[in-house]
Design a protein around this ligand. Structure first.
Ligand code: TRP
Length: 330
């Protein structure tokens, strides 16, 4: 029996970016060969903050097209949209009745995000976001959850809630393990290499749907430093180290190999090489394939419906068990 993994990604931008790909989506593609993989486009999480309702459906479909273009295969994995599987929010209600108000208040992501927008503007949906995330995972009885470092606290809450449910009502839910995605693949903002690459700083962010001139322009204007030697020194030469990390990840050749190759050469040459590797290996193939897939929306929607049917057959079983244990009248 294969272990089951579940992960989720929000459809909050027109395009995923290089950080999403190297930090998470690349691992998703690998995991579908070794695991029983469930991948969820979390549109319900995407409405917890400011968002444009006119764009959400298109972004959800585009997110799916990009996942397929990157190599996720609906024959191997169950790929679906969160709002198509109502069992997530049904389980969330039960879990929220097991979550302490203080416990939820200690979630650092909520504290950060609500501080940014002002506590008055933060919604209850943002506050209960981690409980919905726990439901996303527990409804499939997933064994492992591949996520970035920043999601560790949400995963601890997920495990605590599973154990608390089991202690209160009897063995039902599976406390999942966290598969922390490797730190080495953290991609930094090209114009500000002290921050993570993020869609909210588009100048330093390479989107997977960017065309070749846009990708090249972004890499050629990457911030390096006033020196000229190409060395891997993340502390003192963060910009250069970031370019080397990207080049190594995309090419499959180690950083030290590339450092040797570029000895005596200038930053301009390194930038050109990274831009070329990224366009050839990642952005051009993804963009071409995703745009081709998006020409047939009907087919994409059909695949997502199939995914939702598969997902609901597992989610429905868990929810039945949960409702019975909780004591709801059948
Ligand atoms: N909160 C996750 C993030 O921001 C997204 C997410 C929602 C998720 N539900 C999930 C990740 C379930 C893993 C499992 O990255």
């Amino acid at each position: 029996m294969k272990l089951r993994v579940l992960s989720g990604i929000q459809p909050t931008a027109d395009s995923f970016h290089l950080g999403n790909w190297l930090g998470a989506l690349r691992q998703w593609v690998r995991l579908q060969d070794t695991h029983d993989a469930f991948y969820c486009i979390v549109d319900q999480h995407a409405i917890t903050g400011n968002y444009d309702p006119k764009l959400l459906a298109d972004r959800t479909l585009s997110a799916f097209a990009q996942l397929l273009a990157l190599g996720l295969d609906p024959q191997k994995s169950t790929i679906f949209v969160q709002s198509h599987v109502p069992e997530h929010s049904q389980l969330q209600w039960v879990l929220s009745c097991l979550t302490g108000f203080g416990e939820a208040s200690r979630m650092t992501q909520f504290k950060d995000k609500s501080q940014k927008d002002g506590a008055e503007r933060a919604t209850v949906g943002l506050f209960t976001y981690p409980i919905l995330q726990a439901a996303d995972i527990l409804i499939y009885r997933a064994n492992q959850v591949p996520v970035g470092e920043d999601q560790k606290q949400h995963l601890e809450l997920t495990r605590d809630l599973a154990q608390r449910f089991n202690t209160t009502y009897g063995e039902t839910l599976v406390p999942p393990e966290t598969l922390v995605l490797s730190e080495g693949s953290k991609v930094l903002d090209l114009t500000n290499p002290s921050a993570k690459m993020s869609k909210s700083a588009p100048a330093g962010c390479v989107f997977l749907l960017d065309d070749e001139p846009a990708v090249t322009k972004k890499f050629m204007s990457a911030v390096t430093d006033s020196g000229s030697a190409i060395e891997f020194d993340p502390q003192n030469k963060a910009g250069v180290a970031n370019l080397l990390t990207i080049l190594a990840s995309v090419s499959g050749r180690g950083v030290s190999d590339w450092v040797n190759e570029f000895s005596g050469k200038g930053y301009g040459e390194l930038k050109k090489a990274v831009a070329q590797a990224v366009t050839q290996q990642v952005t051009e193939p993804t963009r071409t394939k995703a745009n081709e897939l998006l020409k047939d929306r009907g087919q994409l929607i059909k695949l997502l419906n199939d995914g939702a049917v598969k997902a609901r057959s597992v989610a429905g079983e868990t929810l039945n068990n949960v409702y019975q244990k909780v004591g709801f009248l059948k």
